[in-house]
Design a protein around this ligand. Structure first.
Ligand SMILES: [Zn+2]
Ligand SMILES: [Zn+2]
Length: 242
């Protein structure tokens, strides 16, 4: 599904209605995250559907090292030869040398909404169901450019969490700093390691006043994105920053 010109959203129910994004700036392709499935088939199908070849995928950028976003990484790198890029703090997790920090086992509130995510939370709490490790080619830092995207360091969910911004399209890839599944939230509370940092990052992302917010879990925000991010920032500040 094309959520903005040249931005294709690909999703699946597993991994908490996780989403990844194929970015077509007219030249070679860039992929933001890789979904849950280990074979990457939804992504390769989308590449072919838009009339491109898998080998035209030049870069795979990762928002962070959580299982839901790393599923297809190793397979896609093998098929495409794409460069894999992420923040240095996440790189050894991606490469399989360190496991992601466990999350709390207590179910998130409101229970009615978050019960659907609980199997995933339990897996992350117990550190089971890892991804297939994959070599990282280069580290990203705030201000870097990859294809048409600008790199924004947006820590909080994890220390090396990145967001990406396509200024010409006014599209922001928030990673897990914003989710719309199972409800609109400044990330899933139990998965957010540092809430103060998450608030500060969200403020910074909100200031971009984007047209589209492509989020890590659930459908992208394609209408009134700037205002909805602003109200979310206020919620996050009230709940998480005292
Ligand atoms: Zn995450
Ligand atoms: Zn996630």
């Amino acid at each position: 599904m094309e959520i903005a010109q040249g931005v294709h959203s690909i999703g699946q129910d597993a991994g908490g209605h996780v989403r990844c994004f194929l970015v077509d700036g007219g030249d070679r392709l860039t992929l933001v995250d890789t979904l849950w499935d280990a074979d990457g088939h939804r992504i390769t199908e989308e590449i072919r559907r838009i009339g491109r070849k898998v080998t035209e995928l030049a870069h795979i950028v990762l928002t962070h090292g959580h299982r839901s976003h790393l599923g297809g990484l190793a397979a896609l790198k093998e098929m495409s030869g794409a460069e894999v890029l992420c923040h240095g703090w996440e790189a050894d997790i991606v490469e399989g040398d360190r496991t992601a920090q466990p999350v709390p086992i207590v179910p998130m509130r409101p229970l009615r909404a978050y019960l659907r995510v609980y199997p995933l939370q339990l897996g992350a709490a117990l550190g089971v169901d890892g991804h297939r490790p994959c070599r990282v080619d280069a580290m990203l830092a705030d201000g870097d450019r990859v294809g048409p995207l600008r790199v924004l360091h947006a820590p909080g969910h994890t220390p090396g969490h990145l967001a990406f911004y396509w200024p010409e399209r006014r599209v922001l890839f928030t990673g897990d700093a914003v989710v719309t599944y199972p409800l609109l939230a400044p990330g899933w509370p139990a998965f957010t390691l540092n809430r103060k940092q998450a608030c500060a990052s969200l403020c910074r992302l909100t200031e971009l006043r984007v047209d589209v917010a492509a989020v890590g879990h659930g459908d992208a925000i394609t209408t009134a994105a700037a205002d909805r991010l602003l109200s979310l920032t206020e919620v996050a500040h009230d709940q998480w920053n005292g």
